[in-house]
Ligand binder design. Structure first.
Ligand SMILES: *Cc1c(COP(=O)(O)O)cnc(C)c1O
Length: 459
């Protein structure tokens, strides 16, 4: 390791940990578009949302003005079990690339759920418990959210029902067993438990499922059972609020070592880790205090930002959720089953969609095999075996560091390393055996699902 003052890992002391979540919306001039009632086309009111979501979370969801929310004591205590997470200087990767750039990553994989999702699941379980609910329902794609939620629910002694996208249920039995270890019930989706599941099975026989289907099932299950609410692991404003803890810690750690980021990179599925990581930086950018280049990275096979449309769409396949304005591929879009890298959701956080539309951040796609190449390169020098999702960010961080090598610029690159990839070894195996393919949806394919966007008159 080069001899330098900056440590390999920077941790905050417990006393330096964030006491409040930061609500980026408060600093946005153009607020994210409101959720709409699909029946009336009017913005969803708190009373309407409270049938589906926990009360306090609805309040957070709709609040575009309060800049900071106190993190409740119980959640701060829980955070101490696995936070602060380290900000790591990737000295070994820098050396391998021969770049003058400084590369940092914020590592969120250091808990049993293996990803950043625990930051929000513990908050959502806390508010469900506070409301006196029996339990919560949710969907999970690759399984990280379900795992994080089952851990949080067992901590607060809540029932946890998880609808897991069928392809993952079958390909990732170990994730399923982790969830069951924490007491959750796990059902492959589409199932025959719900009306919407039966309908989707009838319309798409043999379907391997999608996040959009699983959301519809979980929502239906929640609203038809007394004492249950639905919780979601990404996309929603409340989730980005909770995930701001990532960015706040990152900013505090950079300040502690006297460093300023030039480029901030994160992978984008529904946008929660990226929205959380960039929050305080984007806040400075919006207030005109500092400038940053911010890059979202999405898979070539599910390109919401780069090939989607900014429009109102359904959040789920069954079209039972409110409408959200976002960059979307259409709620009917189902990514190719050979797509291994997570990040399968058809839409994107409304907050990030608005920021992207306003030109405040950029987006790039990465091909699946390039992502795994980057993952392996990173694992071999930095020691951590990254999640495929996180590796999208690694790929672009490496690209940017190599650009610096050409130009001689000493930029500071910060990226979010959202999780570990131990449950993704089947995908790694495919990559190693040369059986992994890159799938690029055709324009016709995207047109087909985009043609089904609901017609919404914006008021
Ligand atoms: C869920 C997940 C993501 C993507 O979700 P976002 O809401 O876009 O952050 C990224 N990385 C890991 C490890 C995940 O589990």
């Amino acid at each position: 390791m080069p001899n330098t003052k900056i440590p390999y890992k920077t941790y905050l002391d417990e006393s330096e940990m964030p006491q409040k979540w930061y609500n980026l919306r408060a600093d946005m001039k153009n607020k994210p578009a409101p959720l709409l009632n699909p029946g009336t086309g009017e913005p969803m009111k708190a009373e309407e949302l409270e049938g589906v979501f926990c009360k306090d979370l609805v309040e957070q969801e709709l609040d575009n003005d309060t800049k900071y929310f106190d993190i409740p004591e119980e959640i701060k205590e829980f955070y101490k079990m696995y936070r602060p997470s380290p900000l790591v200087r990737a000295y070994f990767l820098e050396k391998k690339l021969g770049t003058p750039a400084k590369i940092y990553y914020k590592f969120e994989g250091n808990n049993t759920s293996g990803s950043h999702k625990l930051n929000s699941s513990i908050a959502q379980a806390y508010y469900a418990k506070k409301q006196g609910l029996k339990g919560v329902t949710t969907e999970t794609g690759a399984g990280q959210w379900g795992t994080a939620l089952s851990m949080a629910c067992s901590y607060f002694d809540l029932d946890c029902k998880v609808y897991m996208v069928k392809v993952s249920y079958e390909q990732k039995p170990f994730r399923r067993e982790v969830m069951r270890t924490y007491g959750a019930s796990v059902t492959p989706s589409p199932s025959m438990n719900t009306e919407v599941g039966k309908k989707i099975n009838a319309e798409h026989p043999g379907t391997t499922g999608s996040l959009g289907c699983a959301i519809s099932e979980a929502v239906e299950d929640a609203v038809t059972h007394e004492g249950y609410r639905y919780v979601l692991g990404s996309v929603l404003n409340q989730v980005l609020l909770h995930q701001s803890v990532i960015g706040l810690e990152t900013k505090a750690a950079l300040d502690k070592i006297g460093e300023k980021a030039d480029i901030i990179i994160g992978c984008a599925g529904g946008g929660s880790n990226l929205g959380g990581l960039i929050a305080p930086f984007m806040g400075e950018k919006l207030r005109g205090e500092n400038d940053y280049q911010i890059i979202a990275v999405e898979p070539q096979s599910c390109p919401s930002f780069t090939r989607g449309r900014y429009a109102y769409d359904f959040c789920d396949t069954g079209a039972i959720c409110p409408l959200a304005k976002m960059y979307t591929l259409g709620s009917d879009f189902i990514p190719a089953p050979n797509h291994a890298g997570g990040l399968r959701y058809h839409g994107m956080s409304s907050i990030l969609s608005q920021l992207y539309d306003d030109g405040l951040m950029e987006a790039r796609t990465a091909a699946q095999t390039d992502v795994f190449k980057a993952a392996e390169e990173f694992a071999r020098v930095e020691g951590i075996l990254p999640a495929p999702e996180s590796s999208h960010a690694i790929k672009v961080a490496i690209d940017e560091a190599l650009k610096c090598k050409e130009t001689g610029e000493e930029k500071t690159i910060v990226f979010g390393l959202t999780g570990t990839g131990y449950f993704d070894m089947v995908a790694y195996e495919k990559f190693h055996d040369g059986e992994m393919e890159d799938y690029i949806p055709s324009d016709e394919e995207l047109e087909k699902s985009l043609a089904k966007l609901p017609k919404v008159e914006e008021k």
